[in-house]
Design a protein around this ligand. Structure first.
Ligand SMILES: [Zn+2]
Length: 501
């Protein structure tokens, strides 16, 4: 959860509908040189991109690391200058998100998350990802998608201008962090995907832009391999936990395998025969050293069944067998069956100044009664009643408002799939609510976010490296982080490697 209440804000993009003619105007595609009919000419790309850019910055937040922003922007500008659309004004941003993601907006807006940067191994690989995203823009993939949807009579929701989640975007930061998983599912529904052909073209353009800038185009292969290892890791973790692999609406279920992509890009890279520069691993490691890993201080951290937020000075603990998910919008304490949850949100200041006012304004009950008490010293108002749903039917409503440290108000909503589930989970829900507290000294110690560091590979290998990370992160994850998951390879003792502590 962000320290800034975010739930009333919608991405500008999801609401904005382009008013466009059905037939479209002809434009020349800068990459292919062919004329295509479009509902989104260059000016529209720039206008819509700029609008959506503000939404992205709000939704994800910009990583507060000027040195890293400058580093990434410099690489991006160099690649863009030698791209097919060097006249565009390009903007490169590192987002403060643990998601493994990179995407583009029409008009020249490119994003990489700190989450994906942790798994890359050199400047050349980062350039490969940025080059791929630049390729989506130069080849007008967002505009093509908007046009296709318009022609199919779907209208052009500006959500379609969103870039794809970069193919490794499982967002799974480890089994313990179901939070990201939920956030990712939500994101996946919002983000339009490019076609297989567009992805292949973006990979090819990525390789081309690498070569034009003196980086070895083979780094594009390495980037797809990073994503492929992520896929393997997630599959293995799910199997080990006896969970279904790629079931439901997960990314793995909906996404074509990276195998084909890998084969395609290997063929493309083989056609380049120039001499290329170093991959600049040293420069890259220096840039990412000290990055937060997983949840950051600003988002609050999940540790097992506990949630800690230093800036808000609150902690929550889920009952045994439940799990905690931390999303941008809310903290969700969900039961094992997944049919009941306590949803905790920060209340925006304009929602009311008293608990009663907040309940009236936010929940809009038709009737019910409120009861005041203290939870760990914090004033709480519990409300049980009914409200009308969008069909006009009366539905049960159960929630509490708690005033936390700093006079910030929280809404604790009792959510369940039906009345029976609510009944079954009532003790757990009450326990979850009763755990809300200001941070104790022990909580504060546990609230420290993880940091990515560079260290010489110890003689004891990954077992020793896992000990160096306090035993919190598995050997498997450290292998994944260092690009050798599933390969059986080991970096030589003394070689710089990534560790989390
Ligand atoms: Zn892509």
């Amino acid at each position: 959860m962000s320290a800034v209440p975010s739930w009333p804000r919608l991405l500008a993009t999801t609401a904005a509908v382009l008013l466009l003619t059905a037939c479209g105007t002809p434009v020349v595609n800068p990459v292919t040189g062919k004329t295509e009919r479009t509902v989104m000419d260059e000016q529209a790309e720039i206008t819509e991109g700029a609008k959506a850019h503000q939404g992205v910055l709000q939704e994800y937040g910009v990583l507060a690391n000027p040195a890293l922003q400058t580093y990434v922007n410099d690489i991006g500008q160099r690649l863009a200058r030698l791209s097919h659309r060097n006249q565009l004004k390009w903007t490169f941003t590192v987002l403060d998100s643990p998601e493994i993601n990179a995407f583009a907006l029409p008009g020249g807006y490119i994003y990489v998350t700190r989450g994906i940067m942790a798994y890359l191994d050199s400047e050349a690989e980062l350039a490969g990802i940025i080059g791929h995203e630049i390729g989506h823009v130069t080849a007008r993939h967002g505009a093509q998608r908007a046009t296709r949807q318009q022609n199919a009579g779907l209208g052009v929701l500006a959500a379609t201008v969103f870039g794809v989640l970069f193919e490794g975007a499982t967002g799974v930061q480890g089994a313990a962090q179901a939070a990201s998983q939920l956030g990712q599912t939500v994101a996946a529904g919002r983000v339009a995907r490019y076609s297989r052909e567009q992805e292949t073209q973006a990979d090819q353009l990525g390789a081309e832009y690498l070569a034009r800038n003196g980086y070895n185009p083979r780094n594009m292969i390495d980037v797809i391999a990073v994503l492929k290892r992520q896929e393997q890791f997630v599959t293995d973790q799910a199997k080990a936990q006896g969970k279904p692999v790629g079931g439901g609406d997960s990314w793995l279920a909906s996404h074509p395998s990276n195998d084909q992509r890998l084969a395609d890009i290997q063929r493309v890279a083989a056609t380049y025969t120039g001499t290329y520069s170093d991959d600049f691993q040293g420069r890259y490691y220096k840039a990412i050293e000290g990055l937060p890993f997983g949840d950051s201080r600003e988002q609050g951290v999940v540790r097992g069944r506990h949630f800690y937020h230093e800036d808000l000075n609150i902690a929550l603990t889920a009952p045994q067998g439940w799990e905690v998910r931390n999303t941008a919008e809310a903290i969700v304490l969900a039961n094992g069956a997944g049919d009941a949850a306590l949803i905790v949100r920060l209340v925006p200041a304009n929602a009311g100044s008293t608990h009663e006012e907040i309940i009236r304004n936010v929940a809009k009950p038709t009737d019910g009664r409120a009861e005041k008490r203290l939870v760990n010293g914090l004033p709480l108002t519990a409300f049980a009643g009914t409200r009308r749903n969008s069909n006009g039917q009366a539905v049960a409503l159960r929630l509490s408002v708690v005033t936390g440290p700093g006079n910030r108000n929280y809404l604790l909503q009792y959510a369940a799939t039906d009345a029976t589930a609510a009944q079954r989970a009532s003790a757990g829900l009450a326990e979850a609510e009763g755990s809300m507290r200001p941070l104790s000294a022990a909580d504060k110690a546990a609230a420290r976010p993880y940091t990515l560091r560079i260290t010489p590979m110890p003689r004891g290998g990954f077992a020793e490296l896992a000990r160096l990370s306090g035993g919190v992160h598995s050997e498997a994850r450290l292998r994944l982080l260092n690009g050798v998951y599933g390969s059986g390879q080991e970096p030589a003792p003394g070689a710089p490697v990534k560790v989390i502590n």
